[in-house]
Design a protein. Sequence first.
Length: 313
Amino acid sequence: HRIKDRFPLHVIVWPVRVQGETTGPEVAAAIEGFNEMDGKIKIPQPDILIIARGGGSIEDLWGFNDEIVVRAVASSNIPVISAVGHETDWTLIDLVADMRAPTPTGAAEIAVPVKAELEATVASLDARLRGSLSGTFDRKRSALVAAERGLTTPDNLLAMPRRRLDEAIGRLGRGLELTTRVKRTNYESVAGRLSFNGLKLTLARSNDKLIALGKRSENAFANRTLAIRNRLSQADRMLVSLSYERVLDRGYAIVRDTKEAPVTSASAVSAGDRFLVQLRDGMISGVAAGKAKSSASKKSSKPTAKSEQGNLF
């Protein structure tokens, strides 16, 4: 009745014996049963447990001193309010419960608030909130109106930029006209200094310079060509004078092997080797009969009459 009067809500009652030898196991089983509710069945797990019974003697309440009940209350995941007996009655579960109520009625008052009081509090807070919002809106509206009075009209706001634009347009037209006159004056001044005779004289001078440069270029090319021709002729004469054919004209000969490679040493020719002798007017061949024996004299380089020499032919 007290819960219904204060805050009507759904109450689940788990009937147990509250007096006798089976009190402890039944109350412990009820506590464990409430904790095992996981919402999968139609009955949801409660938010709070109230263990309650009326008053009686110490013997009547002894089942709430049972160890199994005390351990079940201590290990409960759901908050427990102990409300066993009257205010002067104490049991062991009062020491392990989350809250002790003097009577079952007191447990109901602890478990649920007064709904009417909550509604009154919410209504008071709602009224205060509405009043605060209304006052805030009034202040903001007043500030906005005051700011609006301080703002100038669009015409006044654009008057100064419009005037500056008009002045700029006027200056632009006058500036273009003045610039055109200055450019025309400069053009006329330059055009007056220009004349066809002066241009013709300049072209004539440039033509004379071009002709002179052309003649200088032709002379330089001719001199350069002559110098190169002279150097080539001199080099040709030098090549002719240094040619080995000139040496052959003076009575010398060149000994070559069968491949016409020059033989520069007597040790390169063995007895029976064929060789060629190049003279001024042709080539003759021969066979080596033996190695030549020669000796150099410290006093004279001419061979003696008694020196022996092999016959090359």
